[in-house]
Design a protein around this ligand. Sequence first.
Ligand code: NIG
Ligand code: FE
Length: 413
Amino acid sequence: MTTLLVKNIGILQTPVGSYSHRGREQSENIRLKDSAIFIKDGIIMEITDGGRLPFSESEADNVIDAGKRLVTPGLVDGHTHMVFGGYRQNEIPLKLKGAGYLDILRAGGGIMDTVRRTRTASFDELYVKTKGFLDEMMSLGVTTCEAKSGYGLELETEIKMLRVLEKLNKDHDMDIVPTFMPAHAVEDIWKGREEEYIHICCQEMMPEIKRLGLADYVDVFTEDSVFNKEQSREYLECARKLGFGLKIHADEIEAIGGSVLAGEMKAVSAEHLIVINDEGMKSMAEGGTTAMCLPATSFYLGAAFAPARRMIDEFKIPVAMATDFNPGSCPSLNLQFVINLGYLKYRMTPEEILTAVTVNPACAIGKGHLAGTLEKGKQADLVIWEAPDMETLCYRFGSNLAKTVIKKGKIIT
Ligand code: NIG
Ligand code: FE
């Protein structure tokens, strides 16, 4: 048994509950002053305020003095593509000359470039590279994340990617939720025969991934020049029959019905939603689908920002925010920058933002009962910030403000 006392917390701010927060609930955080947390064997035993200590200091094996700083739950990055070969810095000059994301993909670059490099990368190369990313994410305050396959587009490489995540889930302190995404791009040999590829995903790939227990969710890129709404529906229906949770990359560049489908299929989340329309938002609200908004991708693509304010106020859709870390549209794994963009570009409040990077993504990746809030009985995943309050965390940008990161009661940095 090991115990840890974190004392002298200036403000402890956290959402409450193990469910997706929508509408007004999105801004319901509790804010305790002069707080302390007592942790036993990685679990929160007690939280106090008003300068009271849950137990006497001498009862704790370790004591951390938070120095009146802000403490929040560890951040949850609910959408990443962190396992990949190579990088794509070569695309920037093309982008600056006016080539769009889909132009580069249609010309065989973009995701297909990363597919080629991921196929030739060894397991060990991918393992070491991904471990480096996880270390960096944790140092930035992330304690739970999701990660997708999708740079294989054939079973062998997809399995290699998911095995990297499986091993890192055991070896690394980060909790990683794996998502299978073979419908991430259309390779040349499948162009015009997308239905056939979808059948292979459904009949060969998904059952094998299920048998191997390598993924919890299945995701699809529903987009112009990629997979259309009906192909995506068939694919997701197969995934659901096999017992996977459903996710959809929807309305990133063209609104071809992805968010409508997400609601119809009661997908757990729909991702991007930059160009979502009212029909899509209505469908998602009815389906109970979380909006996984990715503002750093909007920033990097020079695109518009998803209408997060309307999702919260008018449609009562639970909003989460994630990095979308990947080598093309968002080569950053800094969720703190996403927080800044949520504040300035989505015009969300600090309370809404905290919900969007903790409990809402936790619920969208099946971890809401363990992570995403600071409450008795939950995992002791928390961050002591070099900031007195959430407002400062939303306002400062470009620095790493995570001072101490604690995962399941273990001090990481
Ligand atoms: O979510 N849009 C599709 N997939 C990723 C990008 C992947 C890549 O460009 O390598 C995304 O932005
Ligand atoms: Fe993505």
